[in-house]
Each structure stands twice: as C-alpha cells, then as structure tokens.
Write a protein that binds this ligand. Structure first.
Ligand SMILES: [Zn+2]
Length: 277
C-alpha cells in the first residue's frame, strides 16, 4: 500500500456513509461532489495546469506529428463518447500533449479535459490501437463520473499536504479549493471497481471507433513491462482489478463486430485546444 492510499483510507471510510449515486454500470459511487461542480472545478484546474506547462515550454505544438496522431485518435473516440452519453456533446472536450519523456501517463478530467505525456508514447511505444485503448479508458473514467468520486476523497482530506509536486505554490494560492481537489483527483488512484468499469466502457468505445479490442490486452501487458526508475505513473492511479487481463480477454471477442463495422465507417468529433489566457 502506498503512503497516499494509507492517508486516504480513513477519510474514504468516513465519507462512504455520506452520499452515494449509481454509476453507468449500476455500481454505487461516492457523490459528495456533483458532476457539474466537478466539471467546473476541472475546467479551472486544467486551465491552470496547462497554462503552467505552456509557460515552461512543455506543451507539444499543435503542428507536431505526435499531437496530430493523438488528436486523430481522440476525435474518433470522443465521437463515440458523445453517442454513449449524449449530454457530453456540451462538454469542452480538449486534449494536450505534454512534453515529458519521464512521465508515462494520460488522464481525462471531468468534462473531457485530457492530457497525454510524451513518456507514455516513447516508453510504451503503443500502436494506434493500443494508444486508443489508453485514451478510451481515460475518457470512460470521465463518462462514468469517476473524477467526482476522487474529488470527494480529496476534499475530505488535507489536500494541501498532498499537492506537493503537483502544482506550484503560486497556483495553489490562486486556485479555488474545488479546483485544487480536481487537480489532486487526477493524482489519486481509482478504485478497482472504477477500473473495471472504465475497462468495460473503454474497450467498447474504442471498438466502435475502429480500434482493435485485442489491443486492450497487449496495452496492459506493455504497461506492466515499462522499465525506468519505478512503475509508470499510470499504474499508480489505475490499480489493477484482480482479473483485468481475463476480463478483457473475455470482452474482446464480443467487441469484434463493433470493430469490424467501425473500420468501414467511423465518424470523428473535433476537440479544441485548451483555452488559457
Ligand atoms: Zn483507470
């Protein structure tokens, strides 16, 4: 167990009793933070974080090959996400590629605010099908309102102590408490139940967008083999459900019909760049 999860365990227990909602797959989930509040807070946190990264010269330009690749995949997936949950057509879907070869990570905040790190692309060396599985999995966390669940945990703890290294001190002072919680939420592990949910929704979104469902299995295999100084950040926020590989292997054949159909004609939906002043 990591230091972070030890700190969060008592808070999690306490607020489990407070409020519950039901996720898209029928699971009861924490709901101290409404989805609308999570989206508003995530907007603020995203603008702040991307703004800081841009100042540091860490946002890969729109014209680069890696950005075009990531955007092309994202637009096909977002088209499927908005079909699965039509009200998300109003979300400000956006994607930025962060230039940090050391960081193997990707995330999607509430409201469709996404980022992927060059470390994930360089160290994992994913095929388009595998990269689509990562992004579809992240989008699924947002579709299933998992950000609000993690924000509930963040708000119930002394978030400031855990923000070290996440944001500069200046940003911490200027951001609202909710935005701090949203920034922290993407650093917190999802529950294993949330992981199973995102796996299930993600493989379907990706198949319907024309990406091979078998890549969900090879992706997690590759993720487990990434070397370096420690396990990839992505694995610390995405704890493995015990039967992830088996479950994905069961799901993949069921998704083949969607995949075959989509390969013939998959739509796209445009995503914006982050609006940062
Ligand atoms: Zn996950």
């Amino acid at each position: 167990m990591t230091t972070k999860s030890r700190i969060f365990a008592p808070a999690l227990l306490a607020i489990t009793l407070a409020a519950c909602a039901v996720s898209p797959t029928g699971r009861r989930q924490l709901a101290l933070v409404s989805e609308d509040s999570a989206i508003a807070a995530s907007d603020e946190a995203y603008a702040m974080q991307i703004g800081e990264l841009r100042k540091e010269g860490k946002i890969v330009p729109e014209s680069s090959r890696v950005t075009k690749r990531v955007e092309g995949i994202t637009e096909r997936l977002v088209a499927q996400a908005t079909m699965k949950r039509p009200e998300t057509a109003d979300w400000k879907w956006s994607m930025e590629v962060v230039d940090d070869p050391e960081v193997v990570n990707a995330w999607c905040m509430a409201g469709g605010r996404m980022a992927v790190y060059t470390g994930l692309i360089q160290q994992l060396d994913p095929t388009d099908d595998e990269l689509a599985q990562v992004l579809a999995h992240e989008i699924s966390h947002a579709l299933a309102n998992h950000t609000a669940e993690r924000m509930s945990v963040a708000l119930a703890t002394n978030a400031g102590v855990l923000l070290a290294g996440v944001l500069s001190e200046d940003s911490q002072k200027t951001m609202s408490q909710a935005a701090l919680a949203a920034a922290l939420a993407i650093q917190l592990p999802n529950s294993r139940a949330a992981e199973s949910e995102a796996d299930e929704i993600g493989i379907e979104l990706a198949a319907k967008a024309g990406y091979n469902p078998n890549a969900a299995i090879s992706l997690w295999e590759k993720m487990g083999k990434v070397g370096g100084s420690g396990p990839p950040q992505f694995l610390s926020t995405h704890p493995s459900p015990a039967n992830r590989q088996e479950r994905l292997a069961e799901l993949a054949p069921q998704m083949m019909a969607y995949y075959e159909e989509a390969r013939r004609n998959a739509p796209t939906r445009a995503v914006a760049r982050a609006s940062v002043d």
